[in-house]
Write a new protein. Structure first.
Length: 170
């Protein structure tokens, strides 16, 4: 069984937020949300993380990751690009932003050869979510390629009184 990998979507430009939310400190000692996620993921058993980023963000993301969680976990970086789409698709005229989750995961296809979980760099999940993800991925059988899961949260627990958020409903 290959060890599960954590894919971290960190290419967002924070247009609604007004900046790079994934590099803004939130903890009393300057921790980022991703610091908490990587800590929880490592304790759950994840030993490798692949960051999906925009090329122009690499220096900023590495500055925060490599000296922190990168000392304990194997980390790699892959770039999400507007042009990285299947041959049968075309980029619509005028589009400048990459697509969302599916294209981000597609961007990591050359680095992933084991079960994987996908998270956002700027969302807090908590230790229980990472334990459940890791346990599920460790229980996948060889050849069980369509086995998947989603960690769900009650919508009311994800909303804030401090501004607008968008949520997918599953």
């Amino acid at each position: 069984m290959k060890e599960p990998v954590l894919l971290i979507m960190a290419a967002g430009m924070g247009s609604r937020y007004g900046g790079l939310k994934q590099t803004d400190p939130v903890g009393s000692a300057g921790e980022l949300i991703i610091d908490f996620s990587l800590y929880d993921a490592y304790r759950a058993g994840f030993k490798k993380a692949i960051f999906i980023i925009k090329r122009e963000m690499e220096a900023d993301i590495r500055r925060f990751v490599d000296g922190r969680a990168g000392r304990f976990m194997e980390t790699e970086y892959v770039y999400q690009s507007l042009a990285d789409i299947p041959e049968s698709f075309a980029v619509p005229e005028g589009r400048v932003k990459p697509w969302g989750t599916c294209q981000a995961v597609l961007a990591a296809r050359q680095l992933v050869n084991s079960p994987f979980a996908v998270i956002n760099a700027d969302d807090f999940y908590g230790p229980g979510a990472f334990r459940k993800m890791h346990e599920f991925l460790m229980s996948a059988e060889d050849g069980d390629k369509l086995s998947c899961c989603i960690i769900g949260y009650w919508l009311k627990n994800t909303l804030t009184e401090h501004g607008h958020v968008s949520r997918g409903v599953c």
